[in-house]
Structure formats: structure tokens, C-alpha cells
Design a protein. Structure first.
Length: 282
């Protein structure tokens, strides 16, 4: 794996007129795909050499591997290099989108090119909020996908979840245990402590248990979209509240002629993520 950084013109004003393009080259190792297939208990046979990968599986490649001295107290990479340091302690994954052109193929070389696309500021009950949109281009013999990740930085606070106000209908369900969360964190090289450190969750982050990864929920919803409506070109999602280790997570979908509306929630009515798949492919 090889990583390079290059300043390119045209970045947000807060980055002094430039933004850093981070390019990571990686081989799309079938063994890593097989490991994710096993960790998530994905149906069917694991992708092998020359097989296409499902949506979002690029997230287990193109690691940004940093030594412990580069990590913050939450276990995530400290701001200040790629993402500016706003002086806000808590980082959350707020949502994102995926525009698919063609699947990654296992066994071949690939590349991810990342840039900060937008930085916006808002104010909430906890104080200032910085919303950062990161654009990732996934390339392998041409453009495969464009993923946008929306991150929010805020002052540390005890967060509350929202209720949907109704009992969801659903197509399938699953439970994330500690082993699944650990494996997914390892495969995505994500050391954020909210996903594995129960004491940190209860004492610092204000959560009752480790939090299920947002990308894992998005990955599950994308698979449900394909299963219920076929392949799509664009997938957008928004995290609305955390799902926790050990609780049953419900996934449901409503299909129309031109799109699929999806949600992930819990048996007590909390909605954790909403999503939409559009651009059905023949």
C-alpha cells in the first residue's frame, strides 16, 4: 500500500485556498474481502479473485495507518493534517452518499483519491458544529465510485437518540456483538473507541454500550436495496441516532418505480439511519 499527499488549488477558504489531496494505492486483496464476508455472515460465497465486490466494500481497503502518537483520546486520527483542527473534541459520522459506476474487482490494484469538498459551520445545543464533507474517488481501470462522507465535529456532550414515533415494519434484522464490532473496526482500520471500549462509551461519550459503525449500517442497507430492487447508481444515507452493541437492529425498505427508501432502527422505535437508493440499473 502506498499513500501520497499533494496540495491542490481550489479548497475551502478555511484551508487557506488549498486542500490536501490524499492518494492511497492498494491491492484489492480477496483474502480481506473473505474476512469481511465471514465477519458479517454475508450470504453466499465470499468474493474471490476477479470477482466484483458489493457496495461499500472499498472501505476495508485504502487504510490510513497511523502510529499511536497520531491518535486522539478517542482513538481516531487527530485533526490537523488532512482535516483541520477546529478545537472540537468529538467526531461523529453524520451521513454520506455513494455514486456507483462499476464494482471494484478483487485481485487487482486500486486507488482512492480523497479531498475535503466542503466545510460548514452551524450552532447546536452543545455549541459550535463543524460539518466536513470528504470526497473519495475510487479508481480501478477508470472511475468505480464516488463516496462522500459527512463528518461533524462538536464539543463533547452526552448525546440523546431520537424516536421515530412508530413501530417499524422491516424486511430483516441482525444483532452486532462485540466480536463483529471488533472485526469490522480491524478490517476498516478504525480505532475510534466508541466501537469497542465499553468503559469509554459509558464514562466519556455518554453511550450505554459500544456503537455500531455507521458504515456497517450503510453497507447492510445497500445490500437490502440490491436484494429488494436490484442494482442502483446512487445511494445516500443519513445517521439519525446510534445503534448499540447487543441490540436487535431492524432494516426495512419501501420500493417505488424509481427509488428505494430504506431505514435502520431498533425494536423500541428509534431510527438510527435513513437511506435512499436511486438510478436502478437494467
Amino acid at each position: 500500500m502506498r499513500m501520497t499527499r499533494q496540495d491542490v488549488p481550489g479548497g475551502p477558504a478555511e484551508t487557506a485556498g488549498t486542500m490536501t489531496a490524499v492518494t492511497v494505492d492498494d491491492r484489492i486483496d480477496p483474502a480481506r474481502a473473505a474476512a469481511l464476508h465471514a465477519a458479517l455472515q454475508w450470504p453466499g460465497t465470499a468474493p474471490g479473485e476477479a470477482d466484483p465486490l458489493p457496495h461499500f466494500w472499498h472501505q476495508i481497503y485504502f487504510w490510513d495507518a497511523r502510529p499511536p502518537t497520531h491518535l486522539g483520546v478517542d482513538g481516531h486520527v487527530k485533526p490537523g493534517a488532512f482535516i483541520p483542527d477546529f478545537g472540537l473534541q468529538q467526531r461523529m459520522w453524520a451521513g454520506g452518499s455513494l455514486e456507483s459506476e462499476k464494482p471494484l474487482i478483487a485481485g487487482r490494484a486500486g486507488r482512492r483519491i480523497s479531498r475535503i469538498e466542503e466545510i460548514a459551520e452551524k450552532h447546536g445545543q452543545s455549541g459550535p458544529l463543524k460539518f466536513v464533507t470528504v470526497r473519495h474517488e475510487i479508481v480501478q481501470d477508470g472511475l468505480c465510485a464516488v463516496e462522500r462522507q459527512q463528518l461533524v465535529y462538536r464539543n463533547a456532550t452526552r448525546l440523546r437518540t431520537a424516536s421515530s414515533g412508530k413501530a417499524p415494519s422491516h424486511c430483516e434484522s441482525f444483532i452486532c456483538d462485540e466480536v463483529t464490532l471488533f472485526r469490522f473496526s480491524a478490517l476498516t482500520f478504525n480505532s475510534h473507541r466508541i466501537h469497542y471500549d465499553a468503559d469509554y462509551c459509558r464514562q466519556i461519550a455518554g453511550y450505554p454500550a459500544p456503537v455500531v459503525h455507521g458504515p456497517l449500517l450503510a453497507m447492510r442497507l445497500a445490500r437490502l436495496a440490491v436484494a429488494t430492487g436490484g442494482e442502483f447508481r446512487r445511494f445516500t444515507y443519513r445517521a439519525t441516532g446510534p445503534a448499540f452493541c447487543g441490540e436487535r437492529i431492524l432494516l426495512w425498505a419501501d420500493t417505488t418505480d424509481d427509488r428505494i427508501e430504506l431505514s435502520a432502527g431498533t425494536a423500541d422505535g428509534r431510527v438510527c439511519m435513513t437511506a435512499r437508493a436511486e438510478g436502478k440499473q437494467a
